[in-house]
Design a protein around this ligand. Structure first.
Ligand code: SF4
Length: 457
């Protein structure tokens, strides 16, 4: 275990804005897609896979957390849920109808927004319909994001009854001052109670999201949060960098610049937390995830079967993901598509028996090649170019220009480069996005994305 030395100079040098690489190519570079394109992709599905993952996006939240960058609809009126779930069920029927022999479901995930915004009977209706349309297995991983602030005691038993066996929630920071600044009051006792109840009910994994770089956060306050996290011992943690994007999220303008740590202070907070997780026996995974050694994600990481996707990391490499609901993103090996982001457009499509497609991309051979390099960087920290070149049928030395461009990163101790191999060092893990950017053909071509990417460090 080492204590990493990240200087202010290094942060300045690599402090660019760039994609998070939950997909390659990044979403802003996707183009138009039509329902008939997607129908064709769906029909090709069973010839390539032996299982599938399902995701459903529940966009509703009762109030807004000011750091949030998710796609949400803020409303206290739960009546909205009925029409929405009817739409999701219709969309599932349209998709299932295109797949002649539906594949077993390996993972089913509900995210948001706030999935537990759905009243119990509405949730039950939606999950049962998913199980009727797609063959779930006895050991399907069923996971859900919950908001402890709006979770009553009877809800988790109902979820267990439906088959959910993993749950995650946004903890972010336990400090009352930070919670007030970000409009998410969620005391430690509330999180502890829900964690305890989930474990008693037999949820196999309880995962936390934490965020560093929030207003009012200091090294000391986050240290206190970490002490409380240690007591609860989540199975997995995602320790995200707060993405401050007030141009696209105007509600973030309320955060005074002086209330937020600068990049060096933020890095110090991250490094202290990282060090703590390592001391407590967690396996570091990629850029910002940590998992207990016995957790499936640690096993997948060690076995090289992990995959980076829209949920961060998943244990199932090579499994396609079908997603439902507004803004949801489906991830095929060779194609991506995203659903309509506005409720009226979504309803207009599904209620008229059309897939609600907003945009997508059929990956060309170069996209597929680079996607595999970027996946290897994020999931294994190593790229063996001879193997990649062979499996994609390109000539040896295909990436020589990119490897040359890594010279300065090599001098800074972020990567070790040989003519046919690239290895990310422990220090380099913190700059994974910058390293991946060297292999991004869209950035190299200088194509300006229509939206601003967040800061890489
Ligand atoms: S509850 Fe979650 S999704 Fe909803 S606003 Fe807060 S952080 Fe965003």
């Amino acid at each position: 275990m080492t204590t990493l030395d990240i200087t202010g100079e290094l942060l300045k040098k690599y402090g660019a804005s760039g994609p998070r690489y939950t997909s390659y190519p990044a979403i802003p570079y996707w183009g138009d897609a039509t329902p008939s394109m997607v129908e064709g992709w769906l029909e090709s599905m069973e010839s390539r896979n032996n299982s599938v993952s399902l995701y459903t996006h529940i966009p509703f939240c009762k109030s807004r957390c000011y750091y949030c960058g998710c796609f949400v609809v803020i409303t206290p009126h739960t009546e909205q849920a009925e029409r929405y779930v009817d739409g999701v069920m219709k969309e599932m029927e349209l998709v299932a109808g295109r797949i002649k022999h539906p594949l077993p479901v390996r993972q089913y995930h509900l995210g948001g927004g706030t999935p537990n915004y759905l009243p119990p009977e509405t949730m039950t209706r939606m999950v049962r319909r998913a199980k009727e349309l797609f063959p779930f297995m006895p050991d399907t991983e069923m996971s859900i994001e919950v908001d402890p602030r709006t979770l009553d005691e009877a809800y988790l038993p109902m979820l267990r009854e439906l088959g959910f066996n993993r749950m995650s929630f946004g903890v972010q920071d336990f400090d009352p001052k930070v919670q007030e600044a970000v409009n998410r009051i969620q005391p430690y006792d509330m999180v502890a109670r829900v964690t305890e109840q989930a474990r008693q009910l037999g949820f196999l994994s309880v995962n936390f999201d934490l965020i560093y770089g929030l207003p009012e956060q200091t090294g000391e306050s986050f240290g206190a949060t970490m002490d409380q996290v240690k007591v609860l011992r989540p199975d997995r943690v995602a320790l995200y960098h707060y993405a401050h994007l007030p141009d696209s999220h105007p509600y973030q303008r309320r955060f005074a610049a002086e209330s937020m740590a600068d990049s060096q202070q933020k890095m110090a907070i991250f490094l202290a937390a990282r060090q703590a997780f390592l001391q407590w026996g967690y396996q570091p995974i990629g850029l910002d995830h940590f998992a207990l050694p016995e957790d499936d994600l640690s096993t997948a990481f060690k076995q090289g079967t992990m995959q980076r996707n829209f949920m961060g990391y998943s244990t199932q490499a090579g499994t396609d993901m079908l997603s439902f609901g507004i803004s949801a993103i489906s991830d095929f090996n060779h194609a991506f598509w995203q659903n309509e982001k506005k409720l009226p457009a979504y309803y207009d499509s599904v209620e008229n028996n059309r897939l609600p497609i907003l945009r997508g991309l059929d990956l060309n051979p170069d996209d597929r090649l680079r996607k595999s390099v970027i996946q290897a960087l994020f999931c294994k920290g190593v790229v063996a170019f001879a193997e990649v070149e062979k499996s994609f049928g390109v000539s040896s030395g295909h990436f020589s220009e990119e490897l040359k461009s890594l010279a300065s990163m090599s001098d800074d101790g972020l990567v070790v480069v040989t003519p046919d191999r690239l290895e990310v060092t422990e220090r380099g893990q913190l700059f994974l996005r910058n390293i991946a950017m060297k292999f991004d053909a869209y950035l190299k071509q200088g194509v300006k994305p229509p939206v601003q990417f967040s800061s890489t460090v």
